[in-house]
Design a protein around this ligand. Structure first.
Ligand SMILES: [Mn+2]
Length: 276
């Protein structure tokens, strides 16, 4: 069984179309989405339609939850956040908001002996950020069950999205995988002296998981294939004149530079990372 896992489309229709087209050529049995279909780009409705048509399972992301729900405390939020919520909601129909609000938190199955669990960001919180630079203790917690997860088992393979930056790590006998982002790939830090082409960063990323679906026996092989798909970035940006944060969005799509650099720099400083 070959399962394609996609995440973090963020309203980028060209990226999603190119990714689905690539998947259609690779003998895939089913597609699973790990959330954040909307927010940032201007095509959330079209992306929701394509995701509904193509994905067997869709998990809720923090942006799906945050921008689809009613905010009773809207006037107490910072002004930019109020604007962001209203702008994102103006691009959605009521049925889209209901769909996004009712997506599940996680999904799991056995494959080739391993319990594979899929979620958007972390077991405890839908918007908690775990990166490949975090400690072994933090990474290990990703495999643990929580009140949000239906089973009480510790996962063997944990696959997630949210950070827009793919990696794979072994924590003891466990496997932690981030699949990257379809529509909003970026590097949190860019270094002009060390980087080569930004096109490496700006592609759509997804994962193919292959193994014996439903098997609790360690007798068959299990494999993970990271895929990068180019897409027409300029075509996607044609409709961006209505985008509330078009300059920041353009920088992310064209140059792979993240918009919230103060937050990122503080994060790395707190970790004690100097040479980035
Ligand atoms: Mn997210």
């Amino acid at each position: 069984m070959r399962i394609a896992i996609i995440s973090d489309i963020h309203g980028n229709l060209e990226a999603l179309k190119s990714t689905l087209n690539d998947i259609s050529k690779r003998n895939i049995d089913e597609i699973i989405c790990l959330g954040d279909i909307i927010a940032k780009g201007v095509h959330p409705k079209e992306c929701i339609e394509l995701i509904k048509e193509n994905c067997k399972v869709v998990i809720q992301g923090n942006c799906d939850y945050h921008f689809a729900r009613e905010h009773d405390d809207l006037d107490k939020l910072p002004e930019i956040e109020q604007k962001r919520i209203l702008w994102n909601q103006s691009l959605l129909r009521q049925e889209d908001r209901e769909y996004l609000s009712n997506l599940p938190y996680s999904y799991e199955f056995y494959m080739s002996g391993s319990l594979v669990r899929l979620l958007h960001a972390s077991p405890e919180k839908i918007n908690f950020t775990v990166t490949n630079n975090d400690s072994i203790e933090t990474k290990y917690k990703m495999f643990l069950p929580s009140k949000n997860i239906k089973s009480d088992k510790i996962a063997d393979v944990l696959i997630y999205g949210h950070i827009h930056h793919p990696f794979m790590d072994k924590i003891y006998n466990k496997t932690l995988i981030n699949i990257g982002s379809v529509g909003n790939s970026f590097d949190v830090i860019r270094n002009e002296e060390k980087d080569s082409s930004v096109q490496e960063t700006c592609k759509s990323f997804y994962l193919i998981l292959e193994g014996e679906y439903g098997s609790k026996e360690y007798t068959s092989d299990l494999s993970f294939q990271f895929v990068r798909v180019p897409y027409d970035i300029d075509k996607e940006l044609v409709d961006e004149s209505i985008n509330l944060e078009k300059d920041a969005y353009r920088l992310e799509l064209k140059e792979g530079r993240y918009r919230n650099m103060e937050k990122v720099e503080k994060y790395f400083k707190d970790l004690g990372v100097k040479d980035i």
